[in-house]
Ligand binder design. Structure first.
Ligand code: SF4
Ligand code: SF4
Length: 317
């Protein structure tokens, strides 16, 4: 069972399609100041572990986790729990140095790191992110190549846009990565390259023509996987239904400071009744109402969550 944490809200890039560009000034100020201290993180994480969460996604809804000065300590703390299965996060891989990277690659066996790639060269990188920083990115990829060993944590590369068409993007990206990464079969067996050539609409905040291949609303049915795996805790203890898309926090299912997780995830709670049971009946409330995304859960995930939430088991039967 997975839970997300929003430890930081600021970012060092400014991608043109990112929800940052669509928030008003007050929302933007608030998100830029958002930070979860190590002590608060430990307190919330312990409650999550005790409740039964065993996978932690540390990617903020927007923001760059490697700007968090206590990020490594947070990962280290999670690794003190035997029940931990996985910790993961996405990064733009700009704010990294060799000692920090060594720790990430070798000290945390349950960690998976996904590196977002925002350009093929200086021009495309700047066009996407608004920042002239491609050389730093490539230097950091070179450091990764130097340090990488088959015993490193699994890595993924997430190609965030298609520049000059899908085929050209793929060819150029392979050229960059094979130049920067050790070209051996073990490396490619363990590490993935994934494309995202569409953008969601951030629950209706971002207009439909922001991105060349913006995903339009499509037919949806049943429970959205993200409403199971992407509940997300912010520094004030609010738990959003969807930490992947709901940047405006339209839908809060509870607060970890004021309620127990047992209460929030109980049969009588808001989460079960207003969202999950409704989604099962193809009714999408709150942040889901205008969302252009829908992710179908696999049977294995549904079974796993049903073991913890008896009410979910009951509605699925
Ligand atoms: S790196 Fe991520 S959070 Fe930062 S501006 Fe780009 S899309 Fe937004
Ligand atoms: S429908 Fe959209 S907002 Fe709702 S959980 Fe799924 S991805 Fe998130």
């Amino acid at each position: 069972m997975e839970i997300m944490f929003q430890t930081i809200g600021k970012c060092n890039l400014n991608c043109y399609f990112c929800a940052y560009n669509f928030l008003d000034k007050d929302q933007l100020d608030k998100i830029n100041k958002m930070y979860m201290s190590l002590d608060t993180f430990k307190e919330y994480a312990k409650k999550c572990i005790d409740f039964g969460f065993d996978e932690f996604q540390l990617t903020p809804i927007i923001g760059e986790p490697l700007l968090d000065p206590t990020f490594l300590e947070k990962i280290e703390y999670l690794h003190t729990f035997k029940s931990l299965k996985r910790v993961s996060f996405f990064t733009n891989f700009i704010n990294i140095n060799e000692p920090k990277l060594k720790r990430l690659l070798f000290d945390f066996p349950k960690l998976t790191m996904t590196i977002s790639v925002y350009g093929l060269d200086k021009e495309t990188y700047e066009e996407t992110t608004g920042v002239d920083i491609f050389e730093r990115f490539i230097t950091n990829i070179g450091t990764l190549a130097k340090l990488y060993k088959p015993t490193s944590i699994p890595l993924e590369f997430f190609i965030r846009c298609c520049w000059h068409g899908f085929d050209n993007t793929l060819k150029a990206m392979i050229t960059i990565l094979s130049r920067a990464m050790p070209f051996n079969s073990e490396y490619y067996k363990r590490n993935n390259l994934a494309f995202l050539n569409w953008n969601g609409n951030w629950c209706g905040l971002v207009s439909d023509n922001t991105f060349p291949n913006q995903r339009k609303e499509h037919n949806r049915g049943g429970i959205c996987w993200y409403s199971l795996i992407d509940n997300s805790i912010d520094p004030e203890g609010n738990i959003s239904l969807c930490g992947a898309c709901d940047i405006e926090k339209k839908t809060i299912i509870g607060n970890i400071n004021r309620q127990s997780l047992e209460e929030i995830y109980s049969e009588d709670g808001l989460y079960a009744n207003c969202y999950i049971k409704q989604q099962h009946n193809n009714i999408y409330n709150g942040c889901c109402e205008k969302c252009s995304e829908h992710h179908i859960p696999d049977q294995k995930s549904l079974k796993e969550y049903s073991r913890r939430y008896k009410w979910l088991k009951n509605i699925l039967e």
